[in-house]
Design a protein around this ligand. Structure first.
Ligand SMILES: NC(=O)c1ccc[n+]([C@@H]2O[C@H](COP(=O)([O-])OP(=O)(O)OC[C@H]3O[C@@H](n4cnc5c(N)ncnc54)[C@H](O)[C@@H]3O)[C@@H](O)[C@H]2O)c1
Ligand SMILES: [Fe+2]
Length: 389
């Protein structure tokens, strides 16, 4: 069979290594930045992690960067407005984001406001950003979201109780600095929660209907193998740098894959639930993943079997059995990582007809659902939600 046509884009320069922050000033200079806004959260600002970053930028530009450290978990439009005003008032022309997915996504949306101005709503959705933004350097301190290389950013719209989604290749950071030392302080619970997000990216992307290619396939396969071998170890011993390195690189690889090929029903529902109830993105994906996989089995059995054999959770030549083994492995991993296994444990209040229909409407209009390997009806979404409760 001839290979399907595909486009694979990964514009971000990825620099991996310990003590990576000292290289940031050089990258800012290379990108033509003259005044930097560092976007981060209160924890990172207090942790002392910023000192080498500030020193590197100051020594290269001769100008101290500004620090905006007010980003909350799952940040929102008001935080974006605040960060953009500070950047504008101080003539910043380069953004450095250091933090988890919430910080990196907020920095991307601040950059939209700073670079393009106008109403944020005009830039929302897929491919509504039509020109280059100011340079952005992303430095992840969690390993899971892949936002350091992805074309996607999500922030909450509190008035609407949902997440605003922005998707464009222009949102890909110019440079991602991956330093495993920055992740050592991440507590076990968040290591597990962010890691299961990366696991979900690998599995959903591998069967998604975006422009899948041998390039995205190889990223998903190898990233999932790294996560299978190292995520539980990183969770049990956060100081294990081999495990931290493997899971950090795996989550970036998964980010490169899903930004090209998409995700699916698990992410669509996780966005809806996270927007309405404020649950953690990765943990929500973890709860939904076995249910979404079971729903997708009729369209994805062969691909799940291939993943199962590659990561060596099954040697069974029968696809049905190997695919089931992958779902069993996911369930076992949730247990091993001590993650919630249903929506109730996640803290979602009992779902009645109104909330079920609201969540299914939100998920139906989420861009992630377009890439699911099977068509998903509102009834299917309600059944998955009931099954996951
Ligand atoms: N843009 C994308 O491609 C993409 C993909 C998946 C998820 N997301 C978004 O990412 C967000 C979730 O990001 P996340 O899972 O990284 O969590 P997060 O950024 O919300 O961080 C969770 C908590 O971890 C803390 N933290 C971060 N790094 C730490 C460290 N090294 N040590 C100790 N504590 C640390 C933070 O202070 C915060 O309290 C969601 O908003 C989700 O929608 C984006
Ligand atoms: Fe995700």
């Amino acid at each position: 069979m001839r290979m399907n046509p595909f486009v694979f884009t990964s514009p971000t320069k990825v620099r991996f290594g310990e003590e990576g922050l000292s290289s940031c000033g050089d990258y800012v200079q290379e990108l033509g930045g003259t005044k930097v806004l560092i976007v981060t959260d209160a924890f990172i600002a207090k942790s002392g992690k910023l000192a080498p970053l500030i020193a590197s930028i100051k020594s290269c530009l001769g100008v101290e960067p500004l620090v905006f450290s007010d980003v909350p978990p799952d940040s929102d439009v008001s935080c974006v407005d605040k960060g953009a005003s500070i950047a504008r008032e101080n003539n910043c022309d380069c953004i450095v984001a250091i933090g988890g997915g919430s910080v990196m996504d907020t920095a991307k949306v601040i950059n939209i406001c700073l670079s393009l101005g106008g109403d944020l709503l005009d830039h929302q959705g897929i491919n509504n950003i039509t020109r280059r933004l100011h340079p952005l350097i992303a430095i992840p301190t969690t390993s899971g979201t892949g936002s350091e290389v992805s074309f996607v950013a999500m922030v909450k719209d509190h008035q609407e109780h949902k997440k605003m989604m922005f998707g464009s290749p222009f949102l890909a950071p110019d440079v991602a600095i991956l330093d495993p030392l920055l992740i050592v302080s991440l507590p076990a619970k968040l290591t597990a929660a962010t890691g299961i997000d990366a696991v979900t990216h690998c599995i959903e992307c591998f069967v998604a209907q975006g422009t899948n290619s041998p390039m995205t396939d190889s990223l998903c396969l190898e990233a999932l193998r790294l996560l299978k071998d190292w995520l539980a170890i990183a969770t049990a011993d956060g100081a294990d740098l081999e495990a931290r390195s493997a899971t950090l690189v795996a989550s970036t690889m998964a980010g490169m894959a899903f930004t090209n090929s998409g995700v699916g029903v698990v992410h669509a529902l996780a966005h809806a639930i996270g927007g309405k109830y404020g649950t953690h993105h990765g943990m929500t994906n973890g709860v939904l993943l076995p249910h979404g996989m079971r729903f997708n089995l009729p369209a994805a059995e062969q691909a799940f079997a291939r993943l199962a054999r590659y990561i060596q959770v099954s040697e069974d030549p029968q696809d049905t059995k190997a695919a089931e083994a992958l779902i069993d492995w996911v369930c076992g991993l949730l247990d091993e990582l001590d993650l919630p296994v249903n929506l109730k444990q996640l803290g979602v209040p009992e779902l009645n007809n109104d909330s079920l229909s609201e969540l299914s409407d939100l998920a139906s209009s989420d861009p992630a659902i377009m890439f699911n390997p099977r068509e998903v009806t509102s009834e299917d979404l309600v059944a998955i939600l009931r099954g996951a409760y």
